[in-house]
Design a protein around this ligand. Structure first.
Ligand SMILES: [Zn+2]
Length: 69
């Protein structure tokens, strides 16, 4: 598993359910850490790249539904 290239706007599904019941997140910022927003409750989460890669079960690339960047 080498360097999943997360991009701003990606929709990702995490292994573990958020307390709100949601599984889907949207990446909104990438730096030393990956920052994502829960699509269900809009709470934010910050994970290291390694954690983000480990916890992601599926990823839908940015650009399918919006073109903000
Ligand atoms: Zn949530």
């Amino acid at each position: 598993m080498t360097g999943t290239p997360f991009k701003v706007g990606d929709r990702i599904t995490l292994k573990k359910k958020h307390p709100c019941g949601g599984f889907d997140w949207e990446v909104y910022r990438i730096g030393a850490d990956i920052r994502m927003k829960c699509l269900t409750c809009e709470r934010r989460l910050m994970l290291s790249r390694r954690d983000a890669e480990r916890r992601t079960v599926s990823r839908e690339e940015a650009g399918k539904t919006n073109f903000e960047q």
